[in-house]
Structures are given as structure tokens and as C-alpha cells.
Design a protein around this ligand. Structure first.
Ligand code: SF4
Ligand code: SF4
Length: 281
């Protein structure tokens, strides 16, 4: 089962929920931190890192000795990532989606592929919990290919928890696609509600069952709850704004470490998710 934990906006407690859920289960669970632009689950999980892998993507390089400036590569590219300008062909590697189309259509076989580094993947363990995260190279704009590489570590037969990036754009979709359940984390404020609505819109497009965790649940107003009712979206957990929880967080401690009684609450959260997901099958 794959559970993707997402939120429309950053700072709502998405990583708190992902790490605590994973840590409360201890065995037969893996946590994939797909927030590759700013991974921070490792700060709480503190895994023993066992390996690092550099991740690259193929991008085109043109041999101008062979090129006849026919323009076919530029015509097929949907991303304007290769352009014929005057007497030369310019590939823009930062825009390239590595589809290989230009290589295929070049009649002169003038285009070859070279590797462009996207970032690294680090993997390790914390006891029975398997941990994997990606770190996007500084300056790199394309995170979905690296997210897909992190997701290749998904092991069948094991519960996979994905810490998705914030927002509702391509990186989030890459982190939610093919999940069995999306757990949305929000806070009961106007900003939280606004971004929650965007996130729900994305989940609906993907047709994945979802539920809600309200963090800092005793601040703000009731509009998030009213919206959840209207959307028939179950509120599966509420985490109150508690000074002791905030202090533990600031020291890099998980709730289930500082307050072991929360373990059962996170296990119960998983049971509720499993029940909802099984009803949809
Ligand atoms: S590989 Fe695809 S995206 Fe990249 S330049 Fe060629 S056609 Fe464009
Ligand atoms: S398709 Fe090949 S030959 Fe034509 S412009 Fe592009 S690189 Fe040159």
C-alpha cells in the first residue's frame, strides 16, 4: 500500500505526519521523502545512511559536422528545449524532458545523448524502517524525474509512505500518482483552507481516495471542517497546538518519541486509511 502525504502549502505539518506515522509502525515500512528541493524528514528519522546514488537524465548534444539544419528536432520538441538558430542548433538542457524525440527524428543521426546530473538519492535504515530521499542539485529546476527515481525504491508488500512536496504542481502530482491513498495535512486558517482546496482539486483529478489531518487544530476557525464535510472528506486526525509538541519539534524530536502515547493514535490513523482504501478497491 502506498500512502502519499501532501498539503497545498508548506509548513502545515506534512513532514510531522509522515515521519510520525512511519516511526510509529517500526517494521515493514518505508518512508520516501519526495520533497527533493528541501528534504527534511531525515532530520527527524535520523536514519543510518548506507548509500548514495547520483541520478542523471539524458539530454541531447548535437554534432554540427553531421547536422544539415533541417529543423526537425526543433519541430518535435514540445518544450522548446532544442532550437535551430541561424547556422547552429542550440539544446537548452534545463528545459529538456529527456523524451528522446529529437534523437529519433534526426535524419542525420547528428544527435547523441549525454548525462545531465539531477541530484542524488540517499538510502538507509532506522531499525526496521527503510528510508530513502532525493536531493535535487542546487540550481536544477526539474524535480519530477528525480522524484520518479526515488519512487522506484517502492517495494511491493511493504507499506510505503511518501512525504510529497508542498503545492499542487508537477512535483506533487509525481509524488501522488499511483498512490492508494492521499493524506492531506492542513491547518484551520484561511490560507490552509485556500491551499487545501487546490490540493483536493489535484487529488480528484487523479481519482485517489483521500482524508484529512488537521494540524494545530485548536487555532483558527471551523471553515476547514465545514469544507471537509461538504466534500465528504473524512477528518482522520487532529493534532492540537501544544507547546510541548512544538518544543520537541524544534529539537528534532518526533511526537511519538517525546510522547509515546501518540504511537497508538498514529497506528489508528493507519487503520482508518487502510479501511477507506480497501472500500475503494
Ligand atoms: S529529448 Fe525531448 S524534450 Fe529534450 S530536447 Fe529532445 S525533444 Fe526536446
Ligand atoms: S534534426 Fe538533426 S540534422 Fe536536423 S537540425 Fe536537428 S540536429 Fe540538425
Amino acid at each position: 500500500m502506498i500512502i502519499s502525504i501532501a498539503s497545498g502549502k508548506g509548513g502545515t505539518g506534512k513532514t510531522t505526519v509522515a515521519t510520525n506515522l512511519a516511526a510509529s509502525l517500526e517494521n515493514d515500512v518505508q518512508l520516501l521523502d519526495c520533497d527533493v528541493e528541501e528534504p527534511n524528514s531525515h532530520l527527524f528519522i535520523r536514519p543510518l545512511v548506507e548509500g548514495t546514488k547520483t541520478i542523471s537524465t539524458p539530454v541531447p548534444e548535437v554534432d554540427m559536422e553531421k547536422c544539415t539544419l533541417c529543423g526537425k528536432c526543433g519541430e518535435i520538441c514540445q518544450f522548446k528545449a532544442i532550437v535551430v538558430i541561424g547556422e547552429t542548433v542550440l539544446p537548452f538542457h534545463e528545459l529538456c524532458h529527456s523524451c528522446g524525440g529529437c534523437v529519433e527524428v534526426c535524419p542525420e543521426k547528428a544527435i547523441t545523448e549525454v548525462d545531465r546530473e539531477l541530484g542524488v538519492i540517499e538510502y538507509g535504515h532506522r531499525d526496521g524502517l527503510e528510508f530513502i530521499h532525493g536531493r535535487l542539485r542546487i540550481g536544477e529546476a526539474m524535480s519530477p524525474p528525480l522524484i520518479r527515481k526515488v519512487r522506484e525504491y517502492t517495494r511491493p508488500g511493504v507499506l510505503t509512505i511518501i512525504d510529497a512536496p508542498p503545492g499542487t504542481s508537477c512535483p506533487v502530482i509525481a509524488s501522488m500518482k499511483d498512490a492508494d491513498f492521499v493524506l492531506l495535512v492542513t491547518e484551520p486558517t484561511p490560507f490552509g483552507l485556500h491551499d487545501l482546496k487546490l490540493a483536493v482539486g489535484a487529488v480528484k483529478i487523479l481519482k485517489i481516495p483521500c482524508g484529512l489531518v488537521i494540524n494545530r487544530s485548536d487555532i483558527g476557525d471551523d471553515h476547514v471542517r465545514e469544507y471537509a464535510n461538504t466534500e465528504r472528506m473524512p477528518i482522520l486526525m487532529e493534532i492540537p497546538f501544544d507547546r510541548k509538541i512544538a518544543e520537541a519539534y524544534s529539537k528534532g524530536e518526533m511526537i511519538v518519541e517525546a510522547f509515546p502515547e501518540w504511537k497508538e493514535r498514529f497506528k489508528d490513523l493507519l487503520h482508518q486509511i487502510e479501511e477507506i482504501a480497501s472500500r475503494r478497491k
